[in-house]
Design a protein. Structure first.
Length: 220
């Protein structure tokens, strides 16, 4: 079981990366990505820290920890340069903080993020036909989330992904200990969004492929 979206106190989470990893491991997760919020002010220090943390994480651990980042509330034209900077530093999982219905996210964020070198468009809100088809074409995952507020658009995202054959991912977006829910509860979020068990199996297969493709030595 996997969750490729988790925050630590490198941004607005409550816990140290080690504690996040240990808590996920203790409830049965096999791989996570640490994906703290970044913009031009902090991308270099937090990417460098998280890459170093993941490189030092024991390779024989029961949980793989991948270095990630969540590009958040950027002026949309900055998604491209910041995604490429994060890749250069060694970040493997790049998330863009999409047009959630519960925050004033800048217009065209979904579109410009989907044109950058990202892996996952998080909480894309009421994503349009054009943007869903762009995600499908570029192989970028659209996120179904357990996060309160952001999750209001889950059903819309499922319907759009079906219509345009875009890939989905089930993520936790945890910030605090109480957000670190079990794999079963995360699957329940998917079922509540209207996914079938068969579609959920496909999501985990696609997620595993992403972990193997991007994770390299971290994915073991
Ligand atoms: Zn976000
Ligand atoms: Zn997040």
């Amino acid at each position: 079981m996997y969750n490729l979206h988790a925050h630590t106190f490198l941004s607005d989470g409550d816990l140290l990366p080690s504690e996040v990893a240990v808590r996920y491991q203790s409830i049965g997760y096999k791989a996570i990505a640490i994906t703290d919020h970044a913009d031009y002010s902090n991308i270099k220090p937090i990417s460098t820290s998280i890459v170093e943390f993941c490189r030092k994480w024991p390779k024989d651990s029961a949980i793989k920890v991948l270095p990630g980042i969540e590009l958040t509330h950027l002026p949309p034209e900055q998604f491209k340069p910041l995604a490429s900077l994060a890749r250069k530093i060694g970040v493997k999982i790049i998330i863009a903080h999409g047009e959630t219905p519960v925050e004033p996210v800048v217009k065209n964020t979904n579109r410009l993020a989907l044109n950058a070198d990202i892996d996952i468009l998080a909480h894309p809100g009421l994503i349009t036909d054009e943007d869903t088809s762009l995600a499908a074409k570029r192989g970028i995952f659209l996120e179904i989330t357990s996060r309160h507020g952001h999750s209001q658009a889950n059903q819309h995202v499922v319907n759009q992904a079906r219509k345009f054959k875009a890939k989905l991912i089930l993520n936790n977006d945890s910030h605090s200990p109480e957000d670190i829910i079990s794999p079963d509860k995360l699957i329940q979020v998917g079922l509540n969004a209207g996914l079938t068990q068969e579609e959920i199996n496909k999501i985990y297969k696609d997620t595993e492929d992403l972990i193997n493709r991007r994770g390299g030595k971290y994915a073991g």
